[in-house]
Design a protein around this ligand. Structure first.
Ligand SMILES: C[S@@+](CC[C@H](N)C(=O)[O-])C[C@H]1O[C@@H](n2cnc3c(N)ncnc32)[C@H](O)[C@@H]1O
Length: 267
């Protein structure tokens, strides 16, 4: 099994599946953007960086609220999708470990589901800190995991086959928070109690999505190994006589943290 995963996981391979497999209802994204823009209190001259912008799920809603947002991502195909969703978005292809921006360029930054993908994620934190103004805020977002029974079984079977590897980057969100705290950050959670939704999908649609190996935890396995995993999964799921019409529902929640540093890193 297991090929070298490299130093980071670009999402090139799943760009056209991303929004379907990481679906968030537009009104939820709009709520998140409202909360962020109200908290940040930015004028249009002050810039907001969406670091690891992907297909622009958050950035396009920030943009529509009048925030001057710049999205940065290493994946050209993710950026292409972001452009399709919102042609007016400002996008830059860049490696977050070495950002092509001068120091103190941004008033705020956002990162959602990025640091677990980059081996040297601490370098990304340093870069974000470098490009933020001293009183700037970094927002970190985290969606609760999608607990569809079929997806849970998929991961359980992968684990039984010893296919799963730890995250390439930050091992857990708690690790990120501990690291930030140890490096002088103050963190507060934003009140996102209302940013909750239920997601329902048809089991047959889930299986179809999983066949494409959409989640980065299993990108290191070969096509053959993934097909064998899917055969076992589909065999189990199809034991339910009603699998073709069955739907699955999971509760979802978005958490947001505001991170600020009191002292600048050594310059
Ligand atoms: C899980 S997606 C999250 C996208 C977006 N933040 C969202 O929540 O929809 C992670 C993104 O990080 C990008 N990424 C991974 N490593 C990167 C790096 N070294 N520099 C820039 N972007 C990177 C991937 O290409 C992908 O688009």
């Amino acid at each position: 099994m297991a090929s070298d995963r490299g130093e980071y996981l670009s999402f090139d391979r799943v760009a056209d599946l991303y929004e379907a497999t990481r679906y968030m209802p537009p009104h939820i994204l709009a709520d998140a953007a409202r909360l962020l823009s109200e908290d940040a209190r930015l004028t249009p001259e002050r810039l907001f960086l969406d670091a690891g912008v992907g297909t622009g799920r958050f950035a396009r809603h920030l943009h529509r609220r009048g925030v001057t947002v710049i999205g940065a991502d290493i994946s050209a195909t993710m950026l292409l999708q972001a452009r399709k969703h919102e042609p007016a978005l400002r996008l830059v292809r860049a490696d977050l470990r070495s950002l092509p921006f001068p120091s103190k360029r941004f008033a705020c930054a956002l990162m959602v589901h990025v640091l677990h993908l980059i081996q040297d994620w601490q370098q990304v934190v340093s870069e974000i800190r470098r490009v933020l103004v001293p009183e700037g805020s970094l927002y970190l977002g985290m969606e609760s995991p999608k607990r569809f029974p079929t997806t849970e079984l998929y991961y359980q079977l992968a684990e039984e086959r010893e296919m799963t590897l730890p995250n390439l980057g930050a091992r857990s969100f708690d690790d990120i928070l501990s690291y930030l705290m140890e490096h002088g950050a103050q963190m507060e959670t934003l009140d996102t109690d209302h940013i909750r939704w239920q997601q329902t999908v048809r089991t047959s649609d889930l299986l179809q999505a999983l066949r494409a190996n959409p989640f980065s935890h299993l990108w290191h396995v070969s096509n053959q190994e993934h097909q064998e995993l899917m055969q076992e999964l589909e065999g189990r799921v199809k034991l339910h006589p009603d699998w073709k019409v069955r739907t699955e529902t999971t509760p979802m929640h978005l958490s947001l943290w505001r991170v600020r540093w009191s002292a600048r890193p050594e310059e």
